[in-house]
Ligand binder design. Structure first.
Ligand code: PLP
Length: 378
């Protein structure tokens, strides 16, 4: 089987990730931060190690500003609903995943408006368009690091600088990029960042996080037990407790720490180099097949892994079905939870086939995939 759906969730994971999850379940089964006994303390250490690892990767000075979540969607909801107030306004793009678009739309009845800045046909937004959309009541700019449909990397650093200049909090959706594209929250002027543990960071599903920058105040969207200040029936203010109610996914976080450890040991620039190489081969190979239409930028360096294409006259789901059933190759078709992005690139009716290599994808696997598309297109 050839797995080319790393934009959905990465596979395979490093052996060290599977081992860390297994060891945690076998040996460190306590509830972190809930008791004073050895098992609980050991679980707490595992969580802390993961917090340190994530903070280190993203240039976050204070690891307590890393809030663990179940996935990116959780973090995006916490940030969007925690910061926007009635009468407020948000600026985002037409390339967003539904986990940005839907929480923003859900706030409309509260008098919170959103401007969806249009990207071009390649999925690129112009930072100046973001700046032009700013109003006196704009209290959030939220942008995807890279499109999960076309893989187009957005000029997020430029947008971060604009947000800073206007004193508006900048939320980055790092679902497509964390772990393969370098992020430094300070240098990139990122105030809030939602990231998955289960994609580029190579951790297990059920993991993710939200970075909350210094000076950012968020309302909670969930309250409950934190293991701290149990004498109070109000939510504690300290981080990360304020946003981490309920038992954490300790085995998942053990695996996530190992995933981040793997990235650090290989070097994020080497992982990125492999990704650019894979994107180049896929774009180049698909471009030579008659009847194949590619979307997004032609330059592999402008991609964060995902590449979208269609075979003329075929539904995208038919192509992915044939790849799976006839050739044992796993890709994703349809609208990828991002209808707005498909409208932007003109594939809302047909959808598109998305192929996304990962750090373990080989040149040979890409060759087999390209041969299979060639046969299907014929
Ligand atoms: C750009 C983008 N944002 C958000 C998400 C949601 O991620 P999660 O499944 O971790 O909640 C995804 C998932 O594919 C994504 O690609």
């Amino acid at each position: 089987m050839i797995y080319l759906d790393n934009a959905a969730t990465s596979w395979p994971k490093p052996e060290s990730v599977a081992k860390a999850v297994y060891d945690c379940i076998r040996e460190s089964g306590g509830n972190p931060g809930r008791s004073g006994h050895k098992m609980s303390l050991e679980a707490g250490r595992i969580v802390l190690d993961c917090r340190d690892a994530a903070a280190g990767l993203f240039g976050i000075d204070d690891p307590m500003r890393v809030i663990f979540t179940s996935n990116t969607t959780d973090g995006l909801n916490m940030a969007i609903k925690g910061i926007l107030q009635p009468g407020g306004h948000a600026v985002t793009s037409s390339m967003e995943h539904n986990s940005v678009a839907r929480p923003l739309k859900a706030l409309e009845p509260q008098g919170i408006e959103t401007t969806f800045v249009e990207a071009d046909r390649l999925g690129r937004i112009d930072p100046e368009d973001i700046e032009r959309a700013i109003r006196p009541n704009t209290s959030l700019i939220v942008l995807t690091l890279a499109s999960n449909v076309t893989g187009t990397i957005q000029p997020f650093r430029g947008v971060g600088a604009i947000a800073k200049r206007h004193g508006i909090p900048f939320l980055l959706d790092a679902a497509q990029g964390a772990g393969h594209i370098s992020i430094d929250v300070k240098a990139d002027n990122i105030d809030l960042m939602a990231f998955p543990g289960h994609k580029g960071l190579l951790g297990p599903q059920g993991t993710g996080g939200l970075y909350v920058g210094d000076g950012i105040t968020l309302n909670t969207i969930k309250e409950g037990g934190t293991g701290s200040f149990s004498d109070l029936i109000t939510q504690p203010d300290i981080l990360p407790d304020r946003f981490e109610s309920g038992t954490l996914n300790t085995p998942g976080l053990a695996g996530l720490a190992a995933g981040i450890g793997y990235i650090k040991s290989v070097g994020i620039e080497n992982i990125r180099g492999h990704e650019i190489d894979a994107c180049g081969r896929i774009i180049g190979g698909l471009g030579e097949i008659g009847r194949v239409k590619l979307y997004g930028p032609a330059d592999p360096e402008a991609h964060a892994g995902a590449i979208a294409f269609n075979v003329d006259g075929m539904d995208s789901t038919e192509v992915s079905y044939l790849l799976d059933s006839e050739y044992d190759i796993e890709v994703r078709a349809g609208l990828h939870c991002a209808g707005l992005a498909h409208k932007t690139i003109g594939t809302f009716e047909q959808g598109a086939v998305r192929v996304s290599a990962g750090p373990f994808t080989t040149e040979e696997e890409i060759g087999v995939f390209l041969d299979a598309v060639k046969k299907i297109a014929r």
